[in-house]
Design a binder for this molecule. Sequence first.
Ligand SMILES: *Cc1c(COP(=O)(O)O)cnc(C)c1O
Length: 428
Amino acid sequence: MTSRGSSLWDKARRFIPGGVNSPVRAFGKVGGTPPFIASGSGATITDVDGRTYTDYLASWGPLILGHAHPRVVEALRRACAGGTSFGAPTEKEVRFAEMIVEAVPSIEKVRLVNSGTEAAMSAIRLARGVTGRDGVVKFDGCYHGHSDCLLVKAGSGGATFDVPDSAGVPGDFAKHTITLPFNDAHAVEETLARLGDRIACVIVEPVCGNIGVIPPNPGFLDACRAACTRAGALLIFDEVITGFRVAYGGAQTRYGVTPDLTCLGKVIGGGLPIGAFGGPAAIMDALAPTGSVYQAGTLSGNPLAVTAGIETLSILREPGAYERLDELGARLGDGLTAIFGARGIAAQCHRVGSMMSCFFTTRDVVDARTAMTTDAERYARWFHGLLERGVYVAPSPYEAMFVSLAHTDELIDRTLEAAAEAAKEAGP
Ligand SMILES: *Cc1c(COP(=O)(O)O)cnc(C)c1O
């Protein structure tokens, strides 16, 4: 039997490398072929063959209100009719910038870009520009987009300058990047004490969200802050996932640690392409046109993306939004923990508000190395069990699940029933 989805998959691979416009969509980590999505509404997506799924992928994080929120759609409809790009300043960009500055403690000025990749790449250029140093410290398993100097993983875990993670990245670029284990405060202190005068910045996801969800150990973010201050390096929080997700003001308000620069993306675009980076005026003014660090974008501050962002943040700042997200997140996260517990399946479910993931391992997951002990084959079986039952989670054991304000207690309870059956099938 051929479905519309499977013929599209054949055609997609003819015209698009690997059939997808971003690698992990191809189901390489779980096997099988991805459904082609035709539409989404609230917490539900529908594929081209008419199958519906409760969605916990949320487009990899942005859709904190669910799909096609009526207020976002209506605002976009009106914005579209008024023109979709001008390449000149607009009033809405200013309103949006003001909302971000009011929400995020470390940001006095913010520059809008078109993706999280651009935000992290530009924040690093800015950090290098203002410090006059080249070195960048990142953490193994933290993803900051696909720009050259950030596509670097850990070497042996030691504090040596690193090698690239992708063909096409010159070793000469990657050698400026040092990779350390997440949650290893001692490694940060030691590295900055030894090489601090060559380090422009330490960039970190304050909650790891790209190797599964790994919260920071108590004191880890504070140690990064203190070590950067001592070394005269900038601390960059990559809050592309956590910004407006784990709290309205991001992880920095949740954990009470203030970075120098903050990267945003995902949620702030309400499902449209956007990114942003911001910090103190004294640093941000080093950007062109006031300063000497060049950064630009034809579509930056795009009226549609900004419109979706303004509407999304307006809804999120209504009283009770984050309490509700946390309640829904707990219902799912605690439910999953209970299911695996009852079946004697070794699993660790980590949750920070409405983002979570489950590692199938007996190890305590605190960094990339321990995250990699998850049983990826069990995850693949569990994933397909869920998919067959109309539940869509990330097609990789190393990615997060997201709950939105469009999820309901009933939907989550049905997901838990599916999760229990899928867990049974996934084996002992
Ligand atoms: C998704 C993500 C990025 C990259 O954002 P894109 O919009 O995909 O370029 C950067 N940093 C983090 C933490 C992310 O999760």
